[in-house]
Design a protein around this ligand. Structure first.
Ligand SMILES: Nc1ncnc2c1ncn2[C@@H]1O[C@H](COP(=O)(O)OP(=O)(O)O)[C@@H](O)[C@H]1O
Ligand SMILES: [Mg+2]
Length: 266
């Protein structure tokens, strides 16, 4: 199993949408995949998929993080092939959740999956940093604009301070308009390999509205094809590296990262 945190500096770049679609694309490739909504404050993943869970009455990641239920109680099979652990919008649940437990959550289910994708929060918070600290690999997501890249650089440096060097960058919402940064420039500025270039796709809005991954709703749409290509590149890279699984052990750099950002217990 390899776990990937989908991270960015800025919000709204497409982390949640990418996590959802990449999860479905990996499952379609026959890979056992789990996606986890680690953005326990905003909990957007539940909004973009049609799964049979009533988070008002049923359990979510929050209840695992505050030790009220077991991991088994929150894994949901989706109609898209992958499994999901959702977060709820409960404010009390959020306040009581201990993100530090995320490492255990991943360890507990590691044997069952090939891929675990962590949707992360935006900015500097436990919801954005802890997934980066506990994952095996970081996938940086940016839009092709300077502010997005600058915030991406910050996130990359933060990841490095916790001992994680990002695996590469996915550029999302590429429109091909004047002033947009090209893939080469993004690669140079971020010093990260390009894992994928996803175009702005007008089909995305209807996929989001119908709560269906675009790769399933419109598999031949430009963004769906690009997401599938990115995922193939990620899977291929993993395959090439397999054998030396690093696992989810805390190392010295991670401890340093923790000291750097403190341990604000909620
Ligand atoms: N490739 C794309 N083409 C068109 N719209 C997109 C694309 N990727 C994301 N979006 C839109 O951007 C919005 C924000 O994406 P989201 O995944 O919620 O961002 P984040 O999780 O980084 O805050 C979504 O509502 C989605 O409609
Ligand atoms: Mg999000």
């Amino acid at each position: 199993m390899t776990s990937y945190a989908v991270a960015s500096g800025k919000g709204g770049v497409g982390k949640t949408i990418f996590t959802l679609n990449a999860g479905a694309a990996l499952a379609e490739m026959g890979l056992k995949t789990l996606i986890i909504d680690c953005d326990i404050a905003m909990a957007d993943l539940a909004q973009v998929m049609d799964v049979d869970v009533d988070l008002k009455t049923e359990h979510s990641l929050h209840e695992v993080l505050n030790s009220k239920v077991n991991i088994e109680d929150v894994i949901t099979h989706t109609p898209y092939g992958m499994d999901v652990i959702l977060s709820s919008v409960s404010i009390t649940g959020f306040m009581e959740a201990d993100m530090e437990k995320l490492r255990e959550v991943i360890k507990d289910v590691a044997e069952r999956y090939d891929f675990i994708l962590l949707d992360t929060a935006t900015g500097l918070s436990q919801e954005s940093l802890i997934p980066v600290m506990v994952c095996d690999e970081v996938i940086m997501l940016v839009n092709p604009e300077l502010p997005s890249i600058i915030d991406g650089q910050k996130m990359r440096l933060i990841a490095e301070s916790t001992g994680k060097s990002a695996k590469g960058v996915v550029i999302n919402r590429v429109r091909g308009v004047r002033g947009e940064l090209g893939a080469k420039t993004v690669e140079r500025l971020l010093e990260l390999a390009i894992l994928g270039v996803i175009p702005e796709d007008k089909n995305m809005i209807s996929a989001v509205t119908s709560k269906t991954p675009l790769v399933i709703k419109k598999p031949n749409s430009p963004a769906a094809k690009a997401i599938k290509e990115a995922v193939k590149a990620i899977a291929k890279e993993k395959e090439g590296r397999e054998g030396g699984d690093k696992g989810a052990n805390e190392n010295e750099n991670e401890k340093r990262g923790r000291r750097l950002f403190g341990r604000r217990k909620k």
